[in-house]
Design a protein around this ligand. Structure first.
Ligand code: ZN
Length: 85
């Protein structure tokens, strides 16, 4: 969980480790969703298999709702502030 900084303007992530963790989890979910969607596209597999894949896909999509923010959109704020902290 992110913590409010003791001083300075809060950035989106409290630390680079926090940001990396977010990006990692987000990438894992995206990868899982892609693989599950591909599995569903394939015509093989029993009804039960497909139901299981659909359930897993629903879980991952639900989880992804917490990771909608793309941290790649963040501009590094340190560059804009010219050392007047
Ligand atoms: Zn954090």
């Amino acid at each position: 969980m992110c913590t409010w900084p003791a001083r300075g303007r809060p950035s989106y992530f409290c630390s680079s480790a926090c940001r990396e963790q977010y990006e990692y989890e987000r990438a894992q979910l995206a990868e899982d969703i892609k693989a599950l969607e591909e599995a569903l596209d394939a015509p093989d597999g029993s009804y039960r298999d497909r139901r299981r894949v659909e359930t897993e896909l629903a879980k991952r999509r639900w989880g992804m709702q917490r990771y909608l923010f793309d941290s790649a959109q963040l501009t590094p704020s340190r560059k804009r502030r010219k050392g007047n902290e």
